[in-house]
Design a protein around this ligand. Structure first.
Ligand code: NPG
Length: 377
């Protein structure tokens, strides 16, 4: 939990939700599919003072996890928002407890909590980074590179990101597109910071193929096995030299503690959406830090709202590896904030303004909005 004191209580007058569809600058392919469009929910907490903004990072289909945009939309409007409006005067630290009777739906809860947190911190003129416990004013920026048509194209694409200044490369892998892709990037660029992400595409039967990746001196291999394969990840860890990092499996601070105790995770990817909010993300950070397990900040193709909040989170002291906190233009030609995150010497700045520290570009927000609903008290 934040050490520097709780945030203010805010009086919630209502909550607005919008579904946005924002085109990606290039298709993004993972082991579970290709996206050309980001479908995301933007949340606005309406108060008597400053409004607060949050983002629900679900994708349109339940392929990364069980959550998806229309599911989040439904549970938020039907259950989560009414529960918050019923309490009305709420502190950000109370949001998770108010929503806890409703099981799962962590991304939906995280987006709502962020909107309340942003409103509360704006009312106090207090930056999110300071509230969460940030210790730096900029974070090293890594980039996540999707599966390309072949290894030569992958090398071209990675070269472009290295030229732009990214400090760490993560490539997506899947069965049949692993060893050759990784070899091509390692051979082309030498001793860059390189890691791979399987998005749960393998089973323990693939251990021998995954062990072939050991020779590339990767920073880590991310989520090789299924979300609930904790003991299998521990078994795999005994067979690999490459550190195993968990993403999908770590849905809470408790899950992080269990994974560490079992030997399933030597590194943890922290995504606020996946664990139910930025406050739980800090709790995951604290668990990992106490255990000496390095963490880094994952990404869910956030708009400028979540991207600003991720930069603040990634500035906490346990984030000792570069995260997927890339510049906005890695994904978007046009963002929905007035000052999208940019890359400066391979770093992204932690916003210093109140709350998430960025302002909404209302025209862009309206242009990308495909659905909109407001619940009021
Ligand atoms: O930089 O925001 C980013 C994307 C990072 O690769 C990334 N995200 O599995 O971590 C992941 C992956 C992802 C993308 C997950 C889309 C879910 C949806």
């Amino acid at each position: 939990m934040p050490t520097s004191g709780d945030a203010a209580a805010i009086a919630l007058d209502g909550i607005e939700m919008r579904v946005l569809r924002i085109p990606l600058v290039s298709p993004f392919t993972t082991s579970f599919g290709t996206e050309t469009m980001r479908e995301v929910i933007v949340v606005r907490a309406l108060t008597d003072g400053a409004d607060g903004w949050g983002e629900i990072v679900t994708a349109s289909a339940p392929l990364y996890s069980s959550e998806y945009t229309q599911g989040a939309w439904d549970v938020a409007l039907r259950w989560l928002i009414p529960a918050l409006l019923d309490v009305r005067t709420v502190r950000p630290e109370e949001v998770a407890g108010i929503l806890s009777p409703f099981l799962g739906h962590r991304m939906a809860k995280a987006g709502l909590e962020l909107a309340v947190l942003d409103a509360a911190l704006r009312s106090q003129g207090r930056p999110l980074g300071q509230y969460l416990g940030a210790v730096t004013d900029r974070v090293p920026s890594g980039v996540s590179v999707g599966i390309q048509s072949d290894p030569a194209v992958l090398v071209d694409v990675v070269g472009g990101y290295l030229d732009a200044g990214y400090r760490r490369i993560k490539i997506k892998i899947k069965p049949g597109r692993d060893v050759a892709d990784t070899a091509a990037v390692r051979d082309a660029f030498g001793a860059i910071g390189l890691q791979v992400d399987a998005n749960a595409a393998y089973t323990l039967a693939d251990a021998d193929v995954l062990a072939e990746l050991d020779r590339f001196d990767l920073l880590l291999i991310e989520q090789p096995l299924a979300e609930d394969d904790l003991t299998e990840h521990a078994e795999l860890a005994r067979r690999l030299r490459t550190p195993i990092c968990l993403d999908e499996s770590v849905v809470s601070a408790k899950a992080a503690a269990d994974a560490i105790a079992l030997g399933s995770a030597a590194v943890v990817n922290i995504k606020a959406g996946r664990v139910g909010g930025y406050l739980e993300a800090v709790a995951v950070h604290d668990v990992c830090r106490a255990a000496g397990v390095p963490v880094w900040c994952g990404g869910m193709l956030e708009t400028g709202i979540g991207r600003a909040a991720n930069a603040a989170l990634a500035a906490l002291p346990g984030f000792t590896l570069p995260g997927d906190v890339s510049a906005s233009d890695r994904f978007y030609a046009r963002d929905i904030v007035t000052e999208p995150a940019v890359l400066e010497d391979g770093y992204v700045r932690v916003p210093t303004g109140p709350g998430i520290g960025v302002e909404i570009d209302v025209l862009a927000l309206d242009d990308f909005t495909v659905a909109r609903e407001t619940l009021r008290r």
